[in-house]
Ligand binder design. Structure first.
Ligand code: FAD
Length: 286
């Protein structure tokens, strides 16, 4: 049987890390999912003037402060992407590629994705469009898959699926360097629309189109409604109360994902509230 964590924190931005340190101080058994760089929204900030105690800090410097803090507290970041979370009654099941993690409570701190879906993206979701290439690749053995990659993690996923599907196209939507398997075709263009009949058959680009059976759109975050079935939303944000509780008992949310202002210190503050309230929830259960 797999280990059951007290708290699974999804996201390693200021909200997730603040939840993590507070839960750790209270001796809870936690797992934090996120990325090596913590959050693209931290490292990209040129200069931050409104983080208490650190005026003028750059995003890179803030990342180093956060990293040192969590490392000193022996909090590890599991650099895996959570694809689905299911409320199982007494616990939550978190699906991560071919693995399942279990936790009594979950804190969602996945940030906010501002980009709108492509025309056709929602229409063909589950019928060729997907957000987890490694999960769905076995469906496209011998077929063509096109990955629209918004981050460096998407490169790893693309390399992995190139060993499973017939042909892979990769459309990089970020500027960093990357290293792809030689059998992957890189298309430098901008996706405009997903087309198909009953299933996807084409991706229209700014300057042309590609025939494809699958379109994988790999961004930093996916919509929380897709991540957690049954989660109550308030338009694009997760609905929470003052305790950062969602409509699902044991599931908390914090940071940009709960609404404006989209700011580091608001995210860190909410992360703390979610962390402490998740701790109380567990203590009251025992
Ligand atoms: P994020 O920092 O967005 O973190 C989300 C985390 O969730 C990431 O670690 C991501 O990898 C992870 N994640 C998402 N989905 C999954 C999944 N399915 N599985 C596992 N992990 C997942 N704010 C200020 O206060 N002052 C500023 O000066 C400022 N400048 C900014 C400059 C720029 C260029 C940008 C982009 C933002 C700036 N912000 C600033 C806003 C600030 O970055 C955000 O408000 C803050 O990062 C929100 O924190 P968060 O923890 O809610 O989410």
């Amino acid at each position: 049987m797999s280990e059951r964590y007290d708290i699974a924190i999804v996201g390693s931005g200021p909200a997730g890390l603040s939840a993590a340190i507070n839960a750790k101080i209270r001796n809870k058994n936690i797992i934090v999912f996120g990325s090596k760089d913590l959050s693209s929204k931290i490292v990209k900030a040129p200069k931050i003037n409104n983080y208490l105690g650190l005026p003028g800090v750059t995003g890179e410097q803030l990342k180093e402060h956060f990293k040192k803090h969590v490392e000193d507290m022996e909090i590890e970041i599991t650099t895996e992407r959570v694809n689905n979370i299911y409320a199982m009654g007494d616990y939550f099941a978190l699906m991560v590629n071919d693995k399942t993690y279990e936790a009594t409570t979950v804190i969602l701190t996945t940030g906010i994705e501002f980009s709108k879906p492509l025309p056709g993206e929602m229409e063909f979701l589950g019928r060729g469009v997907g957000y987890c290439a490694t999960c769905d690749a076995p469906l496209y053995k011998g077929k063509v898959a096109t990955v629209v990659g918004y981050n460096k993690e998407s490169v790893e996923e693309t390399n992995f699926i190139s060993e499973i599907v017939g042909k892979v196209n990769f459309i990089p939507m970020f500027k960093d360097e990357y290293s792809l398997n030689p059998n992957i075709e890189v298309i430098k263009s901008i996706p405009k629309e997903v087309l198909g009949t009953d299933k996807v058959n084409k991706l229209v680009l700014k300057d042309g189109e590609v025939s494809t059976d699958a379109v994988f759109i790999l961004k930093d975050s996916i919509s929380p409604g897709q991540l957690v079935p049954g989660l109550e939303m308030d338009e694009m944000h997760i609905k929470v109360n003052r305790k950062m509780e969602t409509n699902l008992p044991g599931l908390y949310a914090a940071g940009d994902i709960t609404g404006k202002p989209y700011q580091y210190i608001k995210a860190a503050g909410e992360g703390q509230m979610a962390g402490l309230n998740a701790v109380s929830y567990i203590d009251n259960k025992n």
